[in-house]
Write a protein that binds this ligand. Sequence first.
Ligand SMILES: [Zn+2]
Length: 333
Amino acid sequence: MNSELILVVPSSYSKKPSKNLNAINSFYFLLFLLYLIFIFLSQFSSEVVGMNIEALADKIIKAFPDLELNRNEILQKLKLLVYEFRVPEDEAVRTIKAWIAREHGKIKPEAPLVKIGELSEEYAWVTIEAKVVKVWNPNNESIAQAGLIGDETGIIKFVTWAKAEKPLVEEGKCYRFENVVVHRWKDQFQINVTRTSEIVEIDKDIQVKENTIKIVAVLTKILSNSGLIKRCPKCRRAIRDLCPVHGKVQGIDDLRLKVVFDDGRNTYDAILNEDAIKSLTGIDLQKAVEIAKEQLDRNAVLRLLRERVLCKYYEVEGVKVGRFVLVKSIRGC
Ligand SMILES: [Zn+2]
């Protein structure tokens, strides 16, 4: 009995249970392995996501070089959006950028008083005191006014956005352009007047440093919106029937040519006003209106002007601003 017991008991306990034990052990071992793999993967993936979050935070901070942002705050917001709310990364970045813009739009950016010749940094906020050299009539309704301003160090283009709702400036007057943004366009700096900007007329006479040039060049092109044009009587925009700002208006006639000169080395964009056109062709505004009436065609004026000026050599003297030349005098060669 004993021996049998001894034989039976161990055999029943040592064989079957040992198999079970092995199975249990392997099961737990497998579970453990899976657990390890899980831990490893989750560690790894959270590290990858974590790295992404860091990179995204850097990307956001980089987008606002002129702001001192709290990196931890951005990280927290990113984690909340990406981990908790499962917002796609792109959308999270957009959301946070919009939030930063909103937050900081209220605070006036620091805009030091600088000279035009000192501008070197795109997207910088600056304040400039300058004289309005030239005002253009914008052909885009999102722009309220555009033109050139200058100080002792140079001349720069300015654009006032319609949305900014700022006062319009006049040629020859001096203004303080506060909190304007520096932009680079076609290798040239320009300043943009936005909603946070201010334009204040100042009682100063600023001497403008003019980069005058004298070229002998061929008039190679006449651009569209040239010839006998109509302007809005209120804002002087060149219009067809409607002014984008003032609606239906009785347009007033004007004569102008938007042209391109080529001196063999560079091309220059220029606008010839009525005086310049008259001196070159003998046609003034009154004559142009007569021609249009006689021929029942306003385009007849442009055709005639084209014949008279295109492909001819001119001596042009003016102020060079980027690829644009502000014509001061022009005569045929
Ligand atoms: Zn208008």
